[in-house]
Structures are given as C-alpha cells and as structure tokens.
Design a protein around this ligand. Structure first.
Ligand SMILES: [Cu+2]
Length: 209
C-alpha cells in the first residue's frame, strides 16, 4: 500500500513537471513566431488612431471623416496628439473609411517609418497584384483612403480603405509638429475644405514631451 502511494505521488510530480515545462516551451515558441515584428516590445510607445466617416461637422454642414485617438478605451480628439520625444513609436491606424483617393507625388510613398514601410493587418484592402507580403511601401490610389502625414518629420503613413496599418517611427526630441491628411477627403471641389482644414478631423498637432 505504501509503495503504491509513493509511486502515485512520483507519477503526479512527473506529470506536473512535464506539463509545466511543456507549457513554458510553448510560451517561448509563440513569442518567437514570425509575427513578433508587429508585437509590442517594452521600449516602444504604442498609440492607436481610429478613422471613422459620417461624423457631422457643423461648420461644413456635412458628414466628414475624422481621426480619433484611442486612449484607455475612449475616443479622444486628434487635435493634439501627445507622444514622447526621442522615442520609438508604434502607431496603429484602424480605418473604417473607404477610398479611393489621390495625393501628390510627394506623399505617394510611405516615408519616415522603419524601412519606409508599414504593416497591413491581414492584408486588408491590399492590392495583392501590386504588393506582396504584409509590409508595404506604398498604396495604390485605387485603395487609398487617407494619409497620416507629418511633413516636418518626413513622416507619411498611407491608409488603405477599410484597413488596419501599423507603422514604426522615431520622434524628434521635442517640439510641436503639424499633422495633416494629404488625401483631399473634405468638402469643396478640391476636397480640401471641411475636415481637411479642421483640427481634430483631418489635421492637428503632434506634441512631443
Ligand atoms: Cu483624409
């Protein structure tokens, strides 16, 4: 009886050890998967922007698209976007709006980001004949909805229709920088009215601190 009991506990211990170590390895392996390049690391600052359309802009008398900052689960104004200076930023843009849209040749490529590329989640809206893989360096106008552009940081993130993109960039030490969407998505013949000229909609400031 004593022997059986002893072997029972030895067996139980063995099971705990094997499962414990197994789970540890599984965890280690999943952290080393190829998608780590878009996963958070400790020394980067994460910010998520959300673009919705059909927001009523009273001054324009029209429904307009707008950028929001997602902060602790709340949608906040994008008129002032606060970021740490001299830091690696991982910016996610969730876009519910559609294109197509055009921009000038100056902003027709992704710039100022890691390798001048951005990552498209699940290849949402990517024209797979023009782009291969998940990291892209430009978006064809047929798929383009907006940009998130900070000219004085040489930053140009292109936002395809109904997509989620992630871009990494490094901020300057300090200062206030204007951001602007460079796709004429507002009101008027040029599309540069309404949201395009209203802080917190398709333009605003990046405040580094
Ligand atoms: Cu726009």
């Amino acid at each position: 009886m004593k022997t059986i009991e002893t072997w029972f506990y030895v067996g139980l211990l063995a099971v705990i050890l094997i499962f414990g170590v197994g789970m540890y390895y599984e965890g280690a392996i999943s952290h080393a998967s190829p998608s780590t390049s878009t996963q958070s690391s400790t020394n980067e600052y994460n910010i998520t922007l959300v673009i919705t359309n059909q927001n009523y802009l009273a001054s324009a008398g029209h429904n307009q698209p707008a950028y929001y900052v997602l902060e602790n689960g709340k949608l906040m104004s994008s008129a002032q976007i606060y970021l740490p200076g001299d830091s690696l930023i991982r910016m996610t843009i969730i876009n519910y709006d559609t294109g197509p849209g055009t921009t000038s040749s100056t902003y027709s490529k992704v710039t100022g980001t890691l390798n001048n590329t951005e990552y498209v989640f699940n290849d949402t809206s990517v024209n797979t004949t023009a782009q291969t893989g998940h990291w892209i360096s430009s978006v064809p106008f047929s798929d383009l909805a907006h940009t998130f552009t900070v000219p004085n940081m040489n930053l140009n993130i292109m936002v395809p229709s109904e997509s989620i993109v992630v871009a990494y960039f490094h901020t300057p030490a300090s200062g206030v920088y204007n951001w602007q969407c460079e796709v004429g998505c507002g009101t008027g013949a040029s599309g540069w009215g309404g949201a395009m000229e209203t802080p917190g909609w398709m333009q605003g400031e990046i405040v580094l601190d």
